[in-house]
Ligand binder design. Sequence first.
Ligand code: AMP
Length: 556
Amino acid sequence: MTGFLGFAQLCQKVEGVSGSLEKIELVAAFLNGLEDSELAVASNFVMGVVFSASSELVMGVGPSILYEALLRSCGCPAEQISEMLRSTGDPGLVAAGVVEKRRPIGFAAFMGEMQLSIMDVYQRFLAIARASGKRSQDAKVKNLQFLFSGASALEAQYIARLAIEDMRIGVGEGGVRDSIARAFSRDAEDVERAYNLTSDMGLVAIAARKGTLLELGVMLNHPIKMMLAQLGEGIPSALDELGIAAIEWKYDGARVQIHKDKEMVRIFSRRLENVTASLPEIVRAARQIRAESAILDGEVVAIGKDGRPMAFQEILKRFRRKYNVEKLAQQIPLHLFLFDIIYLDGRSVVDLPLTERRSLLENICDPTILAPQVLSGNPDTAGEIYRRALVAGHEGLMLKNPSSIYAPGKRGKNWLKIKPVMETLDLAVIGAKWGEGRRASFLGSYRLGCMDQETGKILDVGWVATGLTDYALAEMTEMFRDLIIVQKGMEVELKAAVIFEVAYEEIQKSPNYSSGYALRFPRLVRVRDDKSLEEADTLERLVSLYRGQRGRGNSA
Ligand code: AMP
């Protein structure tokens, strides 16, 4: 049994080095020394994930539950915790500080430090995720309190960060994949392929150790990373590239992956969260599919009374709603457009060409839930479909290579998206300001950040005001409430979990922000609920966009 202290020491070391290769070396050596069950858990923990996407368990711990557990476990005044938060801005350091002060009084002195193992911590996290019903908050707090009571300061630091799934050590999915490859001398591409197919890093790590990576494949009820599209330069050049293309509308909606297992249906969002309970009409539509078992890929669109797609924010409401789901479904009805199939009646079809997958899809579903597709190499035909998509209020076109396989998690040239040009960046929301007067209870403007891939640190690039109505601002504030890490006067610091797509006129150099850059005239386009921090734009991209601007007359 490996102690959790060993894991915490690893995290401390990884946090202390800045190069990604050094980080990978350290993680690889650690993973190598673990037993299988610990290996599975630690492979997720190290990237700040407690349960893999396929497990269906979620922690449900925000900063407020965390601080309550710390308060109860140390008995120190709430003021002291707030002060530590204000000065460090880091829940992990606060937990370490609190635990440091706690000793050697009270309950903890009685228990002593418990020598927690990695699996002890995981078991407690399981209990936290499984707590449900009215008293679930209290149960979560008690379980965390128990962990803090037996932890050393260093352990507490990483227990706290894990509990809110915000590790801050600069190791993401890519880092863990490379560490697993290194630890067990496997090809990084095989590790990546296995992860894209299973979305379960623990399973992948164990298979890497055993040498069975290539045996892992698509599994019913396990979400698969979705195939992604690259931005095409326009219809003529995309058709030059593809020759004949499978042309579809690019719908303005939200991606879904549907797993049908006889009567049982599971739906996963673009971020592979299980959203089945929020989408009853899509579950009903999926039950009509004429197959014993299938995994299908598509887009859901909220169609308004005028027949046009509603704003993306409306769809998000549907995806988040847990109560009164049917009532909201009447106000914001969703329509399903399927465009791909991944698995049918017991076998994976990812390696079949698109045209063959399309025939299978057409055989098993009603045309009303199928995205229409035209095979053509003619720019005029594609141009006309593009025009109609935009008139109908959708985003543009998808031009797909008819002979391409389904490549999970890959953004390649086999799917090209064509849409009107607008400069946007996907940036993490890392802070916000309370409004004034009538808007004092709303978070009105938001601080944006991007990750420096070299160090794993999130750096700020300025602020964006939303231009939203009071009603929408209230909703936005609710979305962020549980992500507040610390309150500093009129400002709050937020866990970087929400991504904004922000349009701007120009990127400028700026000494005012830690990234060294600022956006001129930033404007919120939409909340990218389909993107995680890892998929947001990085400092490297910001810098390369900035350099690319020079041609348009900007000075360095
Ligand atoms: P983007 O998010 O801009 O990278 O564009 C890719 C997204 O477009 C996918 O993740 C889908 O959610 C969405 N989409 C809409 N229509 C289609 C379609 N016909 N085929 C594939 N993706 C589509």
